[in-house]
Each structure stands twice: as structure tokens, then as C-alpha cells.
Design a binder for this molecule. Structure first.
Ligand code: ZN
Length: 219
């Protein structure tokens, strides 16, 4: 548990919390209010699943819009790593509706430069929250070996694909061989990043890769 996390938990113990989505003050310890539980833009049934190259399928619990978008921006750029516990609950709910069998959980890692800047890897925190809920091992299978422009400012799908091509490596292929991997990230938009990671894992011998993100773009 890192220091920021401990600080968040101490603050939460003494003060009423804001809901991670609507950002309103709620009761002590209430970080996901009843109103948001009901009204979030959930991706229903088959809309939670997308097919992407190199992945079995990609699952997402929410649409990336409104309070979900605002919440994820605070999580990533507003120094709110504590949001991961609420997000982890939503990811676990998504898998209850779309079950599968996996050997381990991995995540789409940040480059070392971006990690230094942000102080935490948002996808890793999601993977760890989910791992503790599902009782599955969480493993650092991928490394981002090249710093790339943020995909969000890179433009169309083709540009995103070439921006990210060859950016990931599997440092220890023996940890990947034959594994059915659940690959976690915060958002999927065009899917280029998840596809590139899945391609890298498959090339290292992974048996299958399923994507799981908190949010997806509405088509
Ligand atoms: Zn709320």
C-alpha cells in the first residue's frame, strides 16, 4: 500500500467522502453514491463486448461520457488513485455478467517517463483491485519500452496504430507461455493499444487474451 493510499484512507475515516463519479459530498465512507449506482451510463449486455484484433473479446462496464469521463480524468490527472477501489468493484461486476476463466491478470503499463510524472500507474491499480476481489494473481507481464505520444491526441485509428506499434515488450516470456490472460486498462477507444499489447502477449506464447476496461467509447 503506498503513502497516497494510506493518506486517502485516513482522510476517508475522518471526513465525509465525495462520490468518485458525481463528486458530491456524501456520507462518511460513501465513495459511490446510490444515485450514480443507478444512473451511470452502463454498457448493457452485448454492448459491453467488442471484438478487437488479437483479443478473444474486450469487455467494458461503462460508456466513457459525462460523470464517468470526469471521474476518470480526476483519477488519472487529478491525483486520485483511491478511486481504483470503486472502479475495481465495477470491473468485478462486469465479469459477473460476462464470466470467463483466466490464469492471471495483467495491465497495459505506462512508460517509465509517464509513470515518474504521474506517480502511479492507473491501469496497474485497477488490475490489483480486481485481482484481490477475484483471488487471481496480478502479474507485470508487459513493459512499455518506448515513450509514445498520448493516444488521445494522436488522431485516427491508423495513426494510433502506428504510434503504438512495437511499443511493448514481454520481459519474461516464460511467465506468459500458455496463460489465459485478463488484460486490464482504464479506457478503450479505438482499441489500438489493447490490440498491440495482446499481439505482443500472443507472440510471447499467451494462450488467449481478454481485454477488460472500465469504460468504452459509445459508437
Ligand atoms: Zn455520485
Amino acid at each position: 500500500m503506498n503513502l497516497q493510499r494510506i493518506r486517502d484512507e485516513i482522510l476517508e475515516f475522518f471526513f465525509p467522502s465525495r462520490c468518485v463519479f458525481c463528486h458530491r459530498w456524501r456520507g462518511k465512507g460513501v465513495r459511490f453514491c446510490k444515485g450514480c449506482r443507478k444512473a451511470l451510463p452502463y454498457a448493457p449486455g452485448p454492448a459491453a463486448e467488442q471484438s478487437l484484433a488479437h483479443l478473444n473479446r474486450c469487455l467494458s462496464q461503462l460508456y466513457y461520457e459525462g460523470s464517468v469521463r470526469a471521474s476518470l480524468l480526476r483519477y488519472k490527472f487529478g491525483g486520485q488513485p483511491g478511486y481504483a477501489s470503486v472502479y475495481g468493484e465495477l470491473l468485478a461486476d462486469c465479469l459477473k455478467e460476462h464470466p470467463g476463466v483466466w490464469d492471471c491478470i495483467a495491465w497495459v503499463p505506462l512508460s517509465r517517463r509517464r509513470l515518474r510524472h504521474r506517480g502511479y500507474d492507473q491501469a496497474e491499480l485497477l488490475a490489483r483491485e480486481l485481482g484481490s476481489r477475484l483471488g487471481l494473481p496480478v502479474e507485470k507481464l508487459l513493459r512499455k519500452c518506448r515513450h509514445t505520444r498520448a493516444q488521445s491526441v494522436t488522431g485516427n485509428a491508423q495513426k494510433r496504430r502506428s504510434n503504438i506499434a512495437g511499443a511493448y515488450q514481454v520481459p519474461e516470456p516464460e511467465g506468459v507461455r500458455g496463460k489465459r490472460i485478463l488484460l486490464v486498462d482504464d479506457i478503450v477507444t479505438t482499441g489500438s493499444t489493447l490490440s498491440e499489447c495482446a499481439k505482443t502477449l500472443r507472440a510471447a506464447g499467451a494462450a488467449s487474451v481478454t481485454g477488460l476496461t472500465l469504460a468504452r467509447k459509445r459508437e
